[in-house]
Design a binder for this molecule. Sequence first.
Ligand SMILES: [Zn+2]
Length: 102
Amino acid sequence: MRIDSGFKVTLIVVIALILLAGLLVRRVRQNRETRCIDRMYLLQSAKEQYGLDHEGAPPAGFDDLAPIYLPAIPECPSGGRYTLGALDAWVSCSKHGSPDEL
Ligand SMILES: [Zn+2]
């Protein structure tokens, strides 16, 4: 059976597009994870500063951090939910974990 050269070119183009789409999706995911980690560092810093200003007491919630320690509470770019946790624990994201796990 002989394969038409036009079909071969089309097949190669389709395979290349599938590979490129896969790389693009992976890149977008990595970008979101990186931005999420940056935001967790901001939250962690604000939480620790709050603890220093309140004799070691952790913030009761996100409302204790904004607008004094952060201009606004950051959100995960993938829609994950942040958990502040104790002062000696890392902030974590429901989709990306915490920076110390990555
Ligand atoms: Zn996240």
